[in-house]
Design a protein around this ligand. Structure first.
Ligand SMILES: [Zn+2]
Length: 291
């Protein structure tokens, strides 16, 4: 057997193994929606979004319903077209992990600010999914009602939530996208950037957080990627590897399909919710200010 044939066979074998591992790892969620108590009220968010929409400055639409037994709730997308010509299109998504509530709170407050002030970022168009995992948020669970981690499902789209978001994102182009998370193990703020050469905006954001007295995470890691003073840089080849095992996160997916600059924020769940919402707000404002 020639050397090239051997290399080809090894590559094919590696692909088959990676695909099988990815598939098997995904197969077995634990359905949890029947026995989990409700801890947050979707109706309160609905009222706040309806009130924002009544300003006429933002549009609140329903992408579709997320349903588990008797639990059924809309997934909303909020759009704001600016009054001036658009220089930047921006996508924001919150709480794809339901037990990370600072993201949705930050984004609903942001929608309320856009509703109150047409001069806020007057040349930026926004599309915002404030709550990507309604069942998880209402029940304070990381996964959806079937126990799936939505943030590993942007290759296969096996869940109702990712199909709604993926359908919305199809063929969209943005200049900037931000994905708001929290981390129970973290002691400080950190963020990911995906396949982006320039770390300067992220470093400047870390400096701004530090100036606000925010602790900066030094020890978080994601498989082989590690924080360097609060920043995890995911090169393009790592995204291709994640795609190979069929586990794209929404941040990975956005970078591959929709936007050249994508950031994921992580706030430490152990701190007070108001502080964490404030960290997300600082991150959002800081990166938007560069547009
Ligand atoms: Zn998360």
């Amino acid at each position: 057997m020639g050397k090239r044939t051997t290399i080809l066979l090894v590559l094919i074998l590696a692909l088959v193994v990676a695909g099988t591992v990815g598939y098997l790892a995904y197969m077995r969620p634990s359905p949890s929606y029947q026995n989990t108590p409700l801890v947050r009220k979707i109706g309160e968010l609905e009222l706040r979004l309806a009130s924002a929409a009544s300003s006429g400055r933002v549009l609140v639409r329903v992408l579709g319903n997320v349903t588990y037994g008797n639990f059924s709730t809309p997934m909303w997308v909020v759009t704001r077209e600016p009054k001036e010509p658009v220089t930047c299109r921006c996508f924001l998504v919150g709480s794809i992990h339901g037990n990370e509530p600072a993201g949705v709170e930050c984004l609903v407050r942001f929608v309320e600010r856009l509703a109150a002030d047409a001069n806020l970022y007057p040349d930026v168009a926004f599309e915002i999914v404030p709550l990507a995992n309604p069942w998880g948020w209402a029940h304070n669970r990381r996964g959806n009602g079937d126990g799936y981690d939505l943030n590993r499902d942007f290759s296969s789209f096996r869940t109702q939530e990712t199909r709604l978001i993926g359908g919305f994102l199809k063929s969209k182009r943005y200049e900037l996208a931000m994905d708001l998370h929290e981390d129970r193990g973290a002691t400080g703020f950190y963020l990911y950037q995906y396949a982006e050469d320039d770390p300067a905006p992220a470093h400047a954001l870390i400096a701004a957080q530090r100036a606000n007295g925010v602790p900066i995470e030094q020890n978080a890691s994601m498989v082989i990627l590690k924080t360097h003073d609060g920043l995890i840089r995911a090169p393009m080849w790592t995204l291709w590897c994640v795609e190979l095992v069929r586990k794209l996160s929404i941040g990975n997916y956005l970078r591959l399909e929709n936007a050249p600059r994508v950031y994921t924020f992580e706030t430490p769940s152990r701190l007070d919710i108001e502080r964490r919402v404030g960290m997300h707000e600082t991150a959002l404002e800081h990166l938007l200010a560069r547009e």
